[in-house]
Design a binder for this molecule. Structure first.
Ligand SMILES: Nc1c(NC[C@H](O)[C@H](O)[C@H](O)CO)[nH]c(=O)[nH]c1=O
Ligand SMILES: CC(=O)[C@@H](O)COP(=O)(O)O
Length: 153
């Protein structure tokens, strides 16, 4: 069996990060985690472009536009949706997830889902660098792995 490999070397990769401003006290921690991890794996700072959008609902369109430029090996989306009193949460989560997946499939560029979807603020804090790691950092690792694996297909 021939196994298609992908290295975790970020040296020649160009990555875009889209971060939503809603729940910014969490999403800025995700952005810090993603940036730190990209640099750790060798991505050059000048090869990382960052864009902010208002909320998670806006992530798919921005990610698709970035992916369509053909300038990036991966696009990372970062957001935080916290359940409120109404069904709004379900709509925002569903459209963000569907749209981000669609951006990836339609452009052929990995668009990584770094969106935290939680029942409360505590769960979000735990996933932004406290108890359960940093989901931005995990998204960065996935971005590098997918970019390098896709190059080898
Ligand atoms: N409630 C959350 C939102 N809501 C805002 C939407 O994402 C969107 O910006 C608005 O409906 C305008 O289109 N966004 C989050 O990222 N997180 C939330 O918890
Ligand atoms: C996830 C959300 O959109 C949330 O902030 C909305 O809260 P609510 O359902 O209480 O309006």
């Amino acid at each position: 069996m021939n196994v298609i490999q992908g290295s975790m070397n970020g040296e020649n990769l160009k990555i875009a990060i889209v971060t939503s401003e809603f729940n910014g006290f969490i999403t800025e921690q995700l952005l810090k985690g993603a940036e730190h991890t990209l640099l750790k794996y060798g991505v050059t700072a000048s090869n990382i472009d960052s864009l902010h959008v208002p909320g998670a609902f806006e992530l798919p369109l921005a990610a698709k536009k970035l992916a369509e430029t053909g300038r990036y090996d991966s696009v990372i989306t970062l957001g935080c949706v916290i359940r409120g009193a109404t069904s709004h949460y379900d709509y925002v989560c569903a459209e963000a997830a569907k749209g981000i997946s669609n951006a990836s499939i339609t452009t052929g560029i990995p668009v990584i889902f770094g969106v935290i979807t939680t029942e409360n603020i505590e769960q979000a804090i735990d996933r932004a660098g406290v108890k359960v790691g940093n989901k931005g950092s995990e998204a960065a690792i996935t971005a590098i792995e997918m970019a390098n694996k896709l190059k080898n297909i």
